[in-house]
Unconditional design. Sequence first.
Length: 202
Amino acid sequence: MSEEPEKAIQAEEEDVVSEEIKKLNKSWIKNPYIIVASLILGPATFVGAFFIDYYTVWHSILQTMVFIVSAGFFVILFSYGFNHLWLYTLKKKSNRDYISLTSIQLGITISLIINAVKILPNIAAEKAENSSIFLILTIVYFVVVGIFMLTLYFTVRKIKLPIDFNDYITITIAVLLGVIFALVTYYGVFYLDQFSFNHVFG
């Protein structure tokens, strides 16, 4: 089979997959009760774990029941987001898309590295507490950073050269997206680190 018919078949299959994903997402959107329940109970999965202390067996049983219910709604939220991510991966991307993705990945990677360096002093402190939470967290940081750097490498390779630096709109959008994702990642992870430290050792 020649290359052109193969590409035509692949494009047709991608169109079918895209249509099915869109139908699935629309079926969720059309049900307002699921949307409201997901937005409320989904985040409760983490709220219950981080902000509530359980001291008795009854509390632990209650926590487990709430977690089972809320985690299901959290999966719905994630499924909806991953479906959109899947649709985006099937889309034929332009140089503008790749440049924006590069900026976002770079912003997230830099902010994660900064956060990892900031919690390194806490690793020495946690040894006295007989806990390896921050050592594990740091390892996770560098694994995630490694994944982002790998995807960044392959994204950069897909950018068609030469880059048109006169396209100020594309460059501006890419920089803004990179800064926004960097700030959200930095402050979100930083305050989560601080809260976890105070919650575990405070």
